[in-house]
Design a protein around this ligand. Sequence first.
Ligand SMILES: [Zn+2]
Length: 130
Amino acid sequence: MIPHADADSRAFWDRLERHELCAQRCDDCGLLRFPAAPLCPWCRGEQADWEALSGRGVLRSWTVTHRVAHPGFADRVPYVSVLVELADQPGLLLYGLLDPRTEPAGQLPVRVEFVDEGDRTTVRWRKDVR
Ligand SMILES: [Zn+2]
């Protein structure tokens, strides 16, 4: 199952296709935000620019799905959905799937991988071994 871009998130998905992870940075308060939105959740500012992110963070939470809840995931169970706190800003969270070769653990350092599926690229996280 591939996410669909909307007017707010189109730049995110377009850059993801070029294997660049990015988020909006508010012109007013200077904070990054995810997911993409027309207003800053911190200051309600309307202006923002897209900025490339490091692609690194730590695992904050995860859940393992064993049952098929959508036909698009039938060939993937079990899979691990994760919440990653990005190194770029404390509290900035991004979700995605965990690489099946990575065992989830709290505070695990992870880095992004880009997975090309059909006409869309998605985010997957794996253990950062740098
Ligand atoms: Zn702001």
